[in-house]
Write a protein that binds this ligand. Structure first.
Ligand code: FES
Length: 109
């Protein structure tokens, strides 16, 4: 199944990329842009970002479960990931609201 249609990246490729990043540093904060960089790709329409964020959370949690990492440290990392996701959603909402306001004003005369 494709996660990113613009860059033709499948779910399993995405998971491998995330695991590769975790192999380099298991405690780094992995964000979608980092995964795109690892894939040597760029976000184009960025419609896949919520799915990539969900995949990152799932893979990070499973990776640390396999490593038997301390539960408290994993919870802190997952909170940082969730906080990043929330900030991204707020930014997207603000962007959408701004563009809606512009559209409601109508054409410039
Ligand atoms: S679907 Fe991933 S950038 Fe468009």
């Amino acid at each position: 199944m494709l996660v990113c249609h613009c860059n033709v990246i499948s779910q399993s490729e995405m998971e491998d990329l995330i695991r590769g990043l975790l192999d380099e540093d298991p405690w780094q904060l992995i964000v979608p842009a980092k995964v795109f960089r690892a894939a040597e790709a760029r976000g184009k329409c960025c419609g896949c970002i919520p799915n990539i964020s969900a995949t990152i959370s799932k893979v990070v949690e499973a990776y640390h479960r396999d490593l038997d990492s301390a539960e408290r440290d994993v919870a802190a990392l997952m909170q940082r990931l969730a906080a990043f996701g929330t900030r991204q959603e707020v930014k997207q909402y603000a962007r959408r609201t701004r563009s809606n306001r512009k559209a409601q004003r109508g054409p410039v005369s």
